[in-house]
Design a protein around this ligand. Structure first.
Ligand code: SF4
Length: 352
C-alpha cells in the first residue's frame, strides 16, 4: 500500500487542507489496494453525512436543438441528426409520470435551442413554472449559458437548481472544447445563479485531453466555487464530431474523481450518472462515494441521454423502477421528497 495515499486520505478525512499536488496524487492511484482504500474512505464519509439515502433525479432532455458547436458533443449545431423538441404538455406529462414513479427532482435540460432562448426564455420559463406548480416537484434547469439578468426570472419561475458544466478549468483546453464560447461567461453562470438564490451544479469531463494536474485543479476550483452539486463524467467520443476518433477514457478515472470530490467536499451532492455506462455503472459510482442518481430516462417516450443517447433507455434499465430495485439490493434507499426538499431548504439557507 502506498503510505502517502493513506496519509492524504487521512488528512482529508480530518478536514485538513489538501494541496493540488496531493489531489493529483490521489487521482493517480493505480493499485487495486489503493483504489479500494480510496473508495471505501469516500463511501464512509458519504455515509456519515447522508446515511443510506440516495437522491433520484429524472432527466427530461426536452430539446436537442443547439446553436453551439462544442467539439465533444453529439448534439453540436453542425452534426446532421434527427432532432426533437418536446411540447410544453409533453414535458408536463413526462415530469408528472417521473414524479409518480418516485423521483425527487426533474432536470429540464436542453441544448441552446434558439426557439427556447427567444424572448428571454419565455417558453422555458413557462415550462419551469408549470412543472413546479402543477407537478409539484423540485426543478433543475439546464439551458446552457444565459444572460445575467435572466437568473432572477428563473428563480421567480421556481427553479431550485441551475446546472452549467464548465467541463474543465484549463482555459486553453476549454477554448478547444467549447468552441466560440466565453470561459468567464460560463464560469459566471454559477456565480450569477447563486446571487439570485438558486442552487448550482458544475461538472467536469474526464479524459478530454486534460492532465492529472488539470483535473486536480478543476476539482479544487469547482468545489471552491461553492456549487452544492458537483460531478465528473467520462468523455465518450461521439459520432460525427471532431473528437470522434479519440481513444475513450477509462470509467475508472471518473470513479476516482468521484471519490476525491467526496473526500474534499464531503457534504456536496455528487451524481452517479447512468449516462456513461448505463445501469451497469450504478453500483461502482455509488461505491465510489456518489449520492445522487442522475440521467434516469423513462423508456418508450423518445427521450435521449447526452453521452449515451440510447444506452439502456428502451429496455427500461434507466427507469425509476429498475433503479429503485437495484438500490434495494445494495441496502440503500431513495430519499422521500420531504427529505429532499428539507435538504434544499438547508442548502439555500447556507448560501455558500
Ligand atoms: S454541449 Fe450543450 S451547448 Fe455544447 S453543443 Fe452540446 S448541447 Fe450544445
Amino acid at each position: 500500500m502506498d503510505l502517502s495515499i493513506t496519509y492524504i486520505i487521512d488528512k482529508a478525512k480530518e478536514g485538513k487542507e489538501i494541496s493540488k499536488d496531493e489531489v493529483a496524487e490521489l487521482l493517480s492511484v493505480k493499485s487495486d489496494r489503493d483504489r479500494t482504500e480510496l473508495f471505501s474512505a469516500a463511501s464512509s464519509v458519504r455515509d456519515r453525512i447522508f446515511g443510506n439515502k440516495v437522491f433520484i433525479y429524472g432527466f427530461v432532455y426536452f430539446s436537442t436543438y443547439c446553436r453551439n458547436n462544442c467539439a465533444f458533443c453529439y448534439y453540436r449545431r453542425t452534426n446532421k441528426l434527427n432532432r426533437y423538441r418536446k411540447s410544453e404538455d409533453e414535458v408536463l406529462a413526462l415530469s408528472g409520470s417521473l414524479k409518480d414513479a418516485g423521483i425527487n427532482l426533474v432536470d429540464l435540460t436542453m441544448g441552446e435551442d434558439p426557439v427556447m432562448c427567444a424572448e428571454d426564455y419565455s417558453d422555458l420559463l413557462r415550462i419551469v413554472r408549470r412543472v413546479k406548480d402543477e407537478v409539484d416537484i423540485s426543478v433543475m434547469v439546464s439551458p446552457g449559458a444565459v444572460p445575467e439578468g435572466s437568473f432572477s426570472k428563473f428563480k421567480d419561475a421556481g427553479a431550485d437548481w441551475f446546472a452549467c458544466y464548465q467541463e474543465t478549468y484549463n482555459r486553453e483546453l476549454f477554448s478547444k472544447l467549447r468552441l466560440e464560447q466565453d470561459y468567464d461567461e460560463r464560469l459566471n453562470q454559477k456565480v450569477w445563479a447563486k446571487k439570485a438564490g438558486i442552487l448550482t451544479e458544475d461538472g467536469i469531463m474526464v479524459g478530454l485531453g486534460e492532465t492529472l494536474e488539470d483535473r486536480a485543479d478543476s476539482i479544487i476550483k469547482m468545489g471552491s466555487l461553492g456549487c452544492e452539486q458537483i460531478r465528473a463524467m467520462t468523455f465518450v467520443p461521439q459520432k460525427g464530431t471532431p473528437m470522434e476518433s479519440m481513444r475513450p477514457s477509462e470509467p475508472m478515472d471518473e470513479l476516482i474523481a468521484i471519490s476525491v470530490m467526496r473526500l474534499l467536499f464531503p457534504d456536496r451532492l455528487i451524481p452517479a450518472s447512468l449516462d456513461v455506462e448505463g445501469i451497469a455503472g450504478l453500483k461502482t459510482r455509488l461505491d465510489a462515494g456518489a449520492n445522487v442518481i442522475t440521467s434516469i430516462v423513462p423508456p418508450h417516450v423518445d427521450l435521449a441521454g447526452v453521452a449515451q443517447h440510447e444506452l439502456d433507455i428502451d429496455n427500461g434499465h434507466r427507469s425509476v423502477a429498475h433503479v429503485l430495485s437495484m438500490l434495494d439490493e445494495m441496502g440503500k434507499r431513495s430519499a422521500t421528497n420531504t427529505e429532499y426538499e428539507s435538504l434544499l431548504k438547508d442548502l439555500k439557507a447556507q448560501n455558500r
